[in-house]
Design a protein around this ligand. Structure first.
Ligand code: NZQ
Ligand code: ZN
Length: 388
């Protein structure tokens, strides 16, 4: 392991079937005014909203609400949330939902006491917060993004055709997150599988880089094997608690800063997928699925040894009598058939992308340099065309 790093993760987790029982105790640590943030209504349908508001009432809290946070939360919605947080003098933000609600709550938390426009400050100029940050806690209802234990907050600006993530530091990460796998069981299959692929890709983004022997890669391989195993069970029986709990826990560890330690990281599938998302507003995990294979097949020759290792250590393919190239190809074939087994979207055209969007999507793709191959713009266009 050749990198230099520090490691600290401040988020406290409560995991399991009775994890909501810890909310009451946690609430003692924060002020009177709670801003309750949730999405388009799933929490009302499954009864979670009633349970949480009853607990907040028992704690004697004053509750204001931001409802209707959409998947891929927008900058307009962010401004609305900031206004409500200011008017209600929010002391604490309680996010109840998936990655969108958690991300959104973090974006509000750094904007309430900030005079600048949050989009310009955090998403265009990439500045760090220099104001008071309202603490956030999270009750997660969908496994995928890892937002429950990281500083990520992705916001979409439809007018500018940009979807951008800012990874904030320790101060912005949730103070606590409550993870009850049962809450994820009401997810539609499309969202469940999109989340599963999001998890897989978070691990791949951190795995496909570097040449050194690194413990982080071994942890990643274990996480991927567990995810593949549990995903096959969950897709056949979404009510299987054991599989859903493993998926939920894997999601958290896939993107909570652990497996990137001592590594440069790639993140180009996310850059491509996010730009597709900015144009189509498609489900995050599906945008990643649709660009992944063209991207990985394109960069494979530049990171051949790692792709061969991926085939044998993650997919259990025998190396006997094979060149690295054959083995690496078989690994990507195994990933492709698993993706099809889950029913993932394999083309950006199926998500609403059209030929005339390709140039714009390429313009919106931020090119990073931590992976095996630094792409140029023409290569981005080529990969997007191969994803159609
Ligand atoms: O809005 P409601 O009605 O709650 O419905 C949601 C939404 O329609 C539904 N849902 C969530 N939990 C449910 C449920 N439906 C039934 N039962 C439940 N228990 O699922 C839909 C999608 O929810 P969303 O929160 O959008 O999904 P996800 O968790 O995938 O979050 C996506 C957002 O996170 C960002 C993405 O870009 C996207 O904006 N990401 C955040 C990251 C981070 N913080 O580090 C990293 C990721 O790579 C990602 O970019
Ligand atoms: Zn993701």
């Amino acid at each position: 392991m050749l990198g230099n790093f520090s490691y600290h993760n401040p988020t406290k987790l409560y995991f399991g079937d009775d994890s909501l029982s810890f909310l009451k105790d946690e609430m003692k640590n924060y002020g009177q005014n709670i801003l309750l943030v949730y999405g388009g209504g799933s929490v009302k349908k499954n009864g979670l909203y009633d349970e949480i508001t009853a607990i907040l009432k028992e704690c004697g809290k004053t509750v204001a609400e931001v409802a209707g946070v959409m998947p891929n939360p927008t900058v307009e919605k962010l401004r609305e949330g900031v206004k409500i947080a200011r008017e209600s003098k929010a002391d604490f933000i309680l996010a109840v939902g998936g990655g969108s609600v958690c991300d959104y709550s973090k974006a509000v938390s750094v904007s309430v006491h900030c005079d600048d426009d949050p989009w310009e400050k955090y998403y265009i100029r990439f500045e760090e917060p220099d104001c008071e940050i309202v603490p956030v806690g999270c009750i997660l209802t969908m496994a995928g993004t890892g937002s429950e234990m990281n500083g990520g907050a992705v916001i979409t600006n439809h007018e500018q055709h940009l979807k951008i993530g800012h990874v904030f530091g320790d101060d912005v990460m949730p103070k606590f997150s409550i993870l009850n796998p049962k809450y994820t069981m009401t997810l539609p299959k499309y969202q469940m599988t999109a989340g599963i692929y999001d998890i897989m890709n978070h691990i791949c983004e951190q795995y496909f880089s570097g040449e050194d022997d690194n413990t982080s890669d071994y942890i990643s391989e274990g996480l991927m094997r567990s995810l593949i195993h549990s995903s096959r069970i969950a897709v056949n029986d979404p009510q299987d608690y054991e599989a859903r709990s493993n998926i939920m826990w894997t999601a958290t560890w896939a993107l909570n800063t652990l497996v990137s330690r001592g590594k440069s990281t790639d993140w180009m599938v996310h850059m491509l997928g996010q730009s597709v998302g900015a144009y189509t507003d498609a489900t995050h995990g599906m945008t990643l699925a649709a660009v992944s294979l063209p991207y990985y097949r394109y960069i494979m020759p530049y990171g051949l040894k790692k792709f061969a290792r991926f085939a044998s250590q993650v997919w259990g393919i025998s190396a006997e009598g094979k060149t690295d190239e054959q083995l690496a190809n078989e690994g990507l074939e195994a990933m492709e058939s698993w993706m099809k087994e889950l029913g993932l979207v394999m083309k950006i055209s199926e998500l609403g992308a059209t030929e005339d969007m390709i140039e714009g999507i390429a313009d919106g793709t931020i090119i990073l340099n931590g992976g095996y191959k630094v792409l140029d713009r023409d290569e981005v266009v080529e990969i997007l065309k191969a994803s159609m």
